[in-house]
Design a protein around this ligand. Structure first.
Ligand SMILES: [Zn+2]
Length: 251
């Protein structure tokens, strides 16, 4: 008989998934959280058997959770070879960031119109927790709270499709940061989050959108997408050797 799955220690404050709910909700939420916290590296193999043992549930449940993550593009399901954590290419990363900017802009505009005082309070509370996590050295929790801030903001915008799109974009962003961060491990600035809440509370759409776009620029600039990144394509890696003109083998 399977043990009852433990819910997340600290229930995610946002998103419909994962608190109570079914066993596959809980498995989904644990893996989603590990990706958001950048504890699960891009490319990691997600063995159904191993996960089944870890969570004490059947492979059917694991498969359901993985297929949900695949819908959000953070897990790849490979026929006959099992699931892996997605490892976005530079081009995919650029596309995610492009979409993310558009979605964040729309969310910010809508949040200026629709965010309630309670939602703004919750957002402030989250940013304080985010800051406290970083200052006590709990980077994983800080990064997760940064991502959850953006999800909460999407909820405050009051548009359901945007919330689900944002969920996928925020978790993909986490994978991209884990894969392409340059030097200092990057994350959102909680000061910028706070300024954003101020502008939304002041119902100043221009200021709020401009702050959000700067915020996106900062995340973008910390990544190393401009340079050629490591590749697993042997021909690409050794292309300089292959390009050699056909040597006349003998003099
Ligand atoms: Zn942020």
């Amino acid at each position: 008989m399977n043990e009852q799955l433990q819910p997340l220690k600290k229930p995610a404050r946002t998103g419909k998934a994962g608190r109570s709910g079914t066993q596959d909700d809980i498995v989904y939420a644990h893996i989603f959280e590990a990706i958001l916290e950048q504890r699960l590296a891009p490319g990691t193999k997600l063995s159904e058997e191993a996960l089944g043992e870890i969570f004490g549930v059947s492979r059917t449940i694991i498969r359901r959770a993985l297929s949900r993550l695949a819908h959000e593009s953070v897990v790849l399901l490979r026929p006959n070879r099992g699931a892996v954590v997605a490892s976005p290419t530079v081009e995919e990363a650029r596309q995610v960031f492009f979409s993310r900017r558009m979605v964040e802009r729309a969310i910010t505009e809508l949040a200026v119109q629709h965010a309630t005082p309670e939602q703004l309070n919750e957002l402030r509370h989250m940013v304080r927790e985010e800051r406290d996590s970083f200052s006590r050295g709990d980077r994983g929790a800080g990064i997760r709270l940064s991502g959850e801030f953006h999800l909460k903001l999407a909820e405050a915008a009051g548009n359901a499709p945007l919330v689900s799109f944002q969920r996928s974009l925020v978790s993909q962003t986490s994978l991209i940061i884990a894969q392409y961060e340059s030097g200092n491990r990057s994350h959102c600035s909680y000061d910028e989050h706070m300024q954003l809440i101020d502008a939304i509370e002041a119902r100043d759409v221009e200021q709020a959108v401009s702050l959000m776009m700067h915020h996106m620029d900062h995340i973008d600039s910390k990544l190393n997408l401009d340079e050629e990144s490591a590749s697993d394509d042997l021909h690409a890696v050794f292309s300089h050797l292959l390009k050699k003109p056909k040597a006349s083998s003998k003099g």
